[in-house]
Design a protein around this ligand. Structure first.
Ligand SMILES: Cc1cc2nc3c(=O)[nH]c(=O)nc-3n(C[C@H](O)[C@H](O)[C@H](O)COP(=O)(O)OP(=O)(O)OC[C@H]3O[C@@H](n4cnc5c(N)ncnc54)[C@H](O)[C@@H]3O)c2cc1C
Length: 510
C-alpha cells in the first residue's frame, strides 16, 4: 500500500478546493488535492449563471438584505456580512488573474440590482474553474476518492483513499473538505454524478455536526436527465404547460412563469401530479439556438426537439443549503478538520440560497478555511513539508470505519426521497421514507474492504436519514422546505443539528 504525506490535504477540486489551494500554496504550504472524478469535476463547471459580487459599499447592504430575505430568517447575519465584505477583494484578485468576467453584471432572481458577474455567457463555472486550475501548482490526483478520515491523537490527520492504483493512505497536518453537495440523493437532480455527500458523511463520522439538511433547493425546470433549463428562458418568453396543454402558472402566482423559484417548483410539481406531466415551451423565444445554446444542445442530445415541441420538465434537486456546520473560518469543531463550499453550512444561505451566492461563498470560504487550516499546522504536530512516499504506516494513526450500503438498494431510497421529500412534503410521507431509510442496512466497514459505489450509497443513506428526521421535526414551511400539513412559517427561526445519533433544535445565532 502506498502512503503520501503533505501539509494540507484538500478533498475536492471545485471552486472551494482549488481557490483554497491557491491561497495555501501562496503561503509556501505543501498542498495535495484529490478529486474522485476527472477534471474539471464537481458542480462548479456546470454553473451557468455566475458569481454574485456586491457592486460597491452601498450595494453591500442591499446584497445583504437580498440574502437575508431569500434565507427566510435563518441566515446568520454576521456570517453573511463578513462574506459579502470580503467579496470585492476576491473579484479584484480574479480580475488580476485575467479571468474573463463580462464587464456588465446581470440581474438574477431575488437580487434587487444587477450584480451577478458572468464568464463566457452561460459557461461561468467552467471558465472560472479552468482559470483557477491553470494557475494551480499543487498536484490534483484525479480518480482518487477519500472513503475514511484518519485520526491521530484526537486530530484529523489525513484520509484513506481509493485510487486507480489501489488503496492509498494520505497523512496530512489538516484536511479541508471541499466535496460539494448531495443532489444525487434524489432521482432527478441537476448535480453531477459525484454529488453524493461524501464529505458530509466523512465529517459526521469524525464527530462533526451536520446542520439544516432539510433545506434543499429544487430547480423548477430540468429535463428528464437533470439538465437544467435556465430561468432566463422563462424570462425570455418560454411558457409552462400541463399535460392538457393548459398554461397554469398565472393560476398560482400573478407573476406567472417569473414567480420565485420555489413557487414555480411547487406549481410544476402539483400540475405533474394532477395532469400527469408538465412541459416547457421554448418556441416563443426568438433566436433560441443563439441565445441558449447549452439548453438547446441538452434537449437535442435527449432526442427532444425544442424548435418543434414543448419539452418535458420536472423540478430537480439543485443545491444543499445545509451541510457540515462550520464557524467563520471554516472550522468544523473537530481538530484538524475544515470545510468550505457546498459541503459546509456556514449560515450564509439560511433556508434558501440567493442565486449565485454559492460560487461566491466557495471562493471566500475556500480561502479562509485553507488559511485557517495552515495556522492550525503551526501548533504541533507540524509535519514535514515533504510530499512523497512514506516507508511505513504512521504510528498511532487509525482510519475510521467507512460507511457503506449495497448500491443496489439505492434506487428504492432515491425513489422514496423524490416521492416524499421533494418540493412538497407531508409528515406521513416523510415518516414512510424514514422507515425505509432506517430499514436499509448502513454498515461500518474497514476502509480497505469498500468500493466507490458502496461508500457513495452509504453516505447518501446516512444523509437521507438525517434529512428526513430534520424535515419531520421542522413542522413549518420555510424557504425551500415546504410542508403541506404545516404550510405557514413558524414564529421562531431555529436550526436543526445532528451530532452522533442525536438531532436537536438550536437557536439562530444572529
Ligand atoms: C447545474 C448547476 C448550475 C449552477 N449554477 C450556479 C450559478 O450560476 N451560480 C452559483 O453561484 N452557483 C451555481 N450552482 C451551484 C454551484 O455550482 C455549487 O454550489 C458550487 O460549484 C460547489 O462548489 P464546491 O467547490 O463546493 O464543490 P464542487 O464544485 O461540486 O466540487 C466537488 C469536488 O469534490 C470532489 N469529491 C467529492 N467527493 C469526493 C471524495 N470522497 N474524495 C475526493 N474528491 C471528492 C469532486 O470530484 C469535485 O472535485 C449551480 C449548480 C449546478 C449543479
Amino acid at each position: 500500500m502506498e502512503h503520501l504525506e503533505t501539509d494540507l490535504l484538500i478533498l475536492g477540486a471545485g471552486v472551494a478546493g482549488v481557490y483554497g489551494a491557491l491561497a495555501a500554496e501562496a503561503r509556501g504550504a505543501r498542498v495535495l488535492l484529490l478529486s474522485k472524478d476527472s477534471l474539471p469535476s464537481g458542480a462548479t463547471p456546470w454553473a451557468q449563471g455566475g458569481v454574485a459580487f456586491p457592486l460597491d459599499e452601498a450595494d453591500l447592504e442591499a446584497h445583504l438584505q437580498d440574502t437575508l430575505r431569500a434565507g427566510r430568517g435563518l441566515v446568520e447575519e454576521k456570517v453573511a456580512r463578513s462574506i459579502l465584505e470580503e467579496a470585492p477583494r476576491h473579484l479584484e484578485r480574479l480580475l488580476s488573474m485575467g479571468l474573463p468576467f463580462h464587464a456588465e453584471p446581470t440581474r438574477e432572481g431575488g437580487h434587487s440590482r444587477p450584480r451577478v458577474r458572468h464568464l463566457g455567457g452561460d459557461r461561468s463555472g467552467l471558465l472560472l474553474l479552468k482559470g483557477l486550475l491553470a494557475r494551480l501548482r499543487s498536484p490534483v490526483l484525479e480518480g482518487y476518492q477519500a472513503v475514511s478520515l484518519l485520526l491521530s491523537g484526537g486530530r484529523v490527520a489525513g484520509a484513506w483513499v481509493l485510487s486507480p492504483k489501489g488503496p492509498l493512505l494520505v497523512r496530512s497536518g489538516a484536511v479541508l473538505l471541499a466535496t460539494g453537495g448531495l443532489g444525487r440523493l434524489f432521482p432527478v437532480t441537476t448535480n453531477p454524478r459525484g454529488a453524493t455527500g461524501d464529505g458530509m458523511a466523512l465529517a459526521w463520522r469524525a464527530g462533526a455536526t451536520l446542520r439544516d439538511l432539510e433545506f434543499v433547493q429544487f430547480h423548477p425546470t430540468a429535463l428528464p436527465d437533470g439538465s437544467l433549463i435556465s430561468e432566463a428562458c422563462r424570462g425570455e418568453g418560454a411558457v409552462l404547460l400541463n399535460a392538457r396543454g393548459e398554461r397554469f402558472m398565472p393560476r398560482y402566482d400573478p407573476q406567472g412563469e417569473l414567480a420565485p423559484r420555489d413557487v414555480v417548483a411547487r406549481a410544476v410539481h402539483r400540475e405533474r401530479e394532477r395532469t400527469g406531466g408538465v412541459y416547457l415551451d421554448l418556441r416563443p423565444i426568438p433566436n433560441l439556438r443563439e441565445r441558449f445554446p447549452t439548453v438547446a444542445a441538452s434537449a437535442l442530445a435527449l432526442g427532444l426537439d425544442p424548435f418543434r415541441e414543448p419539452l418535458p420538465v420536472a423540478p430537480a434537486a439543485h443545491y444543499a443549503m445545509g451541510g457540515v456546520k462550520t464557524d467563520l473560518l471554516g472550522f468544523t469543531g473537530v481538530p484538524g478538520l475544515y470545510a468550505a463550499g457546498e459541503v459546509a453550512s456556514t449560515g450564509f444561505h439560511g433556508a434558501n440560497r440567493l442565486a449565485s451566492n454559492s460560487l461566491l461563498e466557495g471562493l471566500v470560504m475556500g480561502e479562509r478555511a485553507a488559511l485557517a487550516a495552515l495556522e492550525d499546522l503551526s501548533t504541533p504536530p507540524r509535519l514535514s513539508p515533504q510530499w512523497g512516499p512514506l516507508k511505513g504506516l504512521p504510528k498511532g494513526a487509525e482510519p475510521l470505519p467507512a460507511l457503506s450500503l449495497d448500491p443496489g438498494l439505492l434506487p428504492s431510497l432515491r425513489e422514496a426521497m423524490g416521492q416524499e421529500a421533494g418540493v412538497v412534503r407531508r409528515g406521513e410521507g416523510l415518516g414512510r421514507a424514514l422507515a425505509l431509510a432506517e430499514e436499509l442496512p448502513l454498515e461500518e466497514r474497514p476502509p480497505k474492504e469498500v468500493g466507490r459505489e458502496e461508500v457513495e450509497a452509504g453516505s447518501l443513506l446516512l444523509l437521507a436519514r438525517f434529512l428526513l428526521q430534520m424535515a419531520l421535526l421542522r413542522r413549518e414551511s420555510r424557504g425551500a422546505h415546504f410542508r403541506e400539513d404545516f404550510p405557514g412559517e413558524g414564529e421562531e427561526a431555529y436550526h436543526l443539528e445532528a451530532q452522533g445519533q442525536e438531532v436537536r433544535r438550536v437557536p439562530r445565532l444572529g
